[in-house]
Ligand binder design. Structure first.
Ligand code: SF4
Length: 74
């Protein structure tokens, strides 16, 4: 466990995605408001993102990816 990665198996939604070693740090993705987030979202008719198939924030390198994206977004 570190500030970059932790898994909360006590969460009532765990496992929220179907893969091993889920990083729970960014349970709510900080990139949700970005149109160019780099994730695999589906745009719904109401203009919202469906991020249910995206695992980007939950991967081993999710922390680094998101911090880097936030630092380089105007
Ligand atoms: S969860 Fe994935 S698709 Fe949704 S905002 Fe974050 S990076 Fe983009």
């Amino acid at each position: 466990m570190s500030y970059r990665f932790f898994t909360n198996k006590e969460c009532e939604y765990y496992p929220c995605h179907d893969f091993e070693r889920i990083n729970c740090l960014f349970c709510f993705c900080p990139l949700y408001c970005l149109a160019e987030c780099g994730g695999t979202f589906k745009l719904l008719e109401n203009g919202r993102k469906d991020c249910s198939k995206c695992i980007l924030p939950h991967t081993e390198n999710g922390y680094d990816y998101i911090i880097n994206k936030l630092q380089h977004t105007n």
